[in-house]
Design a protein around this ligand. Structure first.
Ligand code: HEC
Ligand code: HEC
Ligand code: HEC
Ligand code: HEC
Ligand code: HEC
Ligand code: HEC
Ligand code: HEC
Length: 327
């Protein structure tokens, strides 16, 4: 498809900043698209099928497309190597405006810095790692995502490649609990979890009403009452019935729904990291705002055998000492 250069480059000099305004003329509200039709830059039929990305990036949890101005440089190469470079994410950081087609939305993006070379991006996670893996300007609250997903970890959600586990009993279709045929789907992508809350919304991690820019709700607080909604994100791929009937961890139900009215349940987040674990199998990474080490300073999980559904925990939680507690 060839769009008129003037659809985006205005004025005498064609100078353009890389801010979102030019994109939202056609990818924003229907009113803005109507104006572009009147000016002859957009075909009438496109008004109906182009999605409103503006509405997405205005949601409470969104890439800061609208919030950051003047930080993007047209010649920049990511990952960032300057500690003080302002963090930003403009449309053109994730999409190349001159070669966007339906098949490869970020095809043609400048590529990633690899030493002194530039290498093309082929997979979605590589695009995300431009800013969420090694970046000299990564904020203190954020972590290196490649470190969490790398396939040498004891466990990881299968984004960079196939998972390790032969059998994940709770998995729902189309994912295969047991991998038998080569066609069985067992990998997922960042945007299977991060994206719009609205099922009919455009794909991509533009914005969501749910914390963490997640497609579904996910409560991370200790003591929150369990429900299909509370952990909706996990329950889209892991059967709630399987988890709460203790098909894998024999104490799942008690920990998630609570032992008694004065010992309420806890979030998956207390025990599992949604990305991966550099220490343990089963994505086990204890939330240290809730779980503490024992008097001896131990905070650990030990699996017994391989996928034997047995293990032990050494830690203190809700004042209850596990030293160790086996299951
Ligand atoms: C869909 C909008 C859009 C269209 C259509 C478009 N451009 Fe661009 N162009 C941009 C944006 C946005 C930038 C700035 C990219 C950045 O800052 O990273 C840019 C940058 C450029 C640059 C600067 C060098 C570069 O690649 O960063 C040149 C030259 C250019 N465009 C030429 C053209 C020509 C010639 C046409 C018509 C054949 C055209 N553009 C059509 C959006 C567009
Ligand atoms: C003149 C209107 C117009 C402008 C301005 C415009 N686009 Fe588009 N864009 C379209 C149309 C129409 C499509 C549908 C597919 C096609 O015809 O290529 C599209 C497709 C896309 C796609 C592919 C996904 C899809 O739905 O097919 C992406 C990504 C995209 N545009 C990003 C941008 C970005 C980033 C900018 C700003 C630099 C921009 N667009 C500016 C009209 C526009
Ligand atoms: C050009 C840089 C850039 C790229 C590429 C990028 N991000 Fe981000 N992302 C940011 C910035 C900036 C923030 C704001 C917080 C920060 O500075 O880390 C952010 C925040 C987020 C957040 C937290 C949002 C919230 O409200 O809690 C998620 C989730 C996220 N990004 C996922 C992704 C995913 C998935 C991809 C790949 C499809 C991706 N990002 C690609 C720059 C980027
Ligand atoms: C988009 C689908 C999807 C979502 C959403 C999802 N998972 Fe998974 N999960 C998978 C797949 C696929 C596997 C299998 C990995 C393998 O084959 O090793 C898996 C495996 C796991 C494992 C076992 C990992 C191992 O190595 O033993 C745990 C634990 C887990 N998920 C917890 C969660 C939690 C907690 C959530 C919610 C925060 C969640 N999952 C959300 C798809 C998903
Ligand atoms: C199985 C679901 C799932 C997948 C797949 C997933 N995430 Fe997340 N992500 C979460 C959840 C849940 C949170 C919020 C709680 C937390 O921080 O663990 C989160 C938080 C984040 C944050 C905000 C916290 C921070 O450290 O800045 C970023 C950024 C992020 N994810 C990036 C990514 C990227 C990049 C990928 C792909 C390489 C990815 N995520 C894949 C579930 C997922
Ligand atoms: C942090 C990276 C990031 C930013 C910033 C971003 N996008 Fe996207 N966008 C994506 C990804 C990833 C997809 C989904 C690709 C896929 O799964 O096919 C996508 C999809 C799209 C699509 C196709 C949606 C559909 O399902 O038809 C359009 C159009 C689009 N983006 C436009 C924009 C515009 C306009 C902006 C700026 C207002 C923007 N994007 C900002 C990453 C980003
Ligand atoms: C008290 C800690 C704890 C909490 C809370 C917890 N889990 Fe687990 N989970 C475990 C342990 C331990 C295992 C490993 C069991 C084994 O030995 O196979 C496990 C295994 C799993 C597995 C892999 C096996 C399977 O069932 O498919 C999934 C998926 C899983 N948990 C999801 C969840 C979800 C979703 C939640 C929240 C609704 C949650 N867990 C809450 C400790 C916990």
């Amino acid at each position: 498809m060839s769009k008129s250069c003037r659809a985006c480059h205005r004025g005498m000099t064609m100078v353009i900043s890389g801010e979102e305004g030019v994109c939202l003329d056609c990818h924003g509200t229907a009113e803005r698209r109507d104006i572009m039709v009147k000016r002859g830059y957009l075909k009438q039929r496109a008004v109906g099928y182009l999605a409103d990305i503006d509405a997405e990036v205005r949601k409470p949890y969104a890439h800061p497309v609208r919030l950051v101005r003047g930080a993007h440089r047209s010649n920049e190469l990511l990952p960032e190597e300057e500690v003080n470079a302002p963090r930003h994410a403009e449309c053109v950081d994730c999409h190349e405006s001159h070669s966007t087609d339906v098949e490869t939305p970020f095809g043609g993006i400048k590529g990633k810095r690899v030493g002194n070379l530039v290498s093309q991006i082929e997979q979605e996670f590589e695009l995300c790692y431009l800013c969420h893996s090694f970046s000299a300007n990564l904020p203190a609250f954020s972590t290196d995502k490649h470190n969490e997903f790398k396939m040498t970890n004891p466990s990881f959600h299968p984004v960079e490649g196939e998972g390790k586990r032969e059998f994940v009993v709770s998995l729902l279709q189309p994912y295969a609990a047991r991998k038998n045929k080569p066609a069985d789907i067992s990998t997922i992508s960042c945007s299977d979890c991060h994206g719009s809350d609205a099922p009919d919304a455009p794909g991509g991690p533009h914005g969501s009403i749910y914390r963490g820019l997640l497609k579904r709700n996910y409560e991370t607080e200790d003591g929150y009452p369990e429900s299909a909604f509370a952990y909706a994100l996990c329950y889209t791929c892991h059967d709630r019935g399987s988890i709460l009937s203790n098909e894998s961890f024999s104490l799942h139900q008690q920990h998630i729904q609570g032992f008694s009215p004065d010992q309420p349940g806890t979030s998956c987040y207390t025990c599992h990291d949604a990305h991966g674990s550099t220490m343990n199998p089963y994505l086990l990474t204890f939330n240290q705002a809730v779980v503490e080490p024992t008097k001896e300073g131990k905070l650990e999980y030990k699996a017994e055998g391989v996928a034997a559904f047995h293990g032990s925990c050494t830690l203190v939680c809700h004042g209850v000492e596990h030293n160790p507690k086996t299951y």
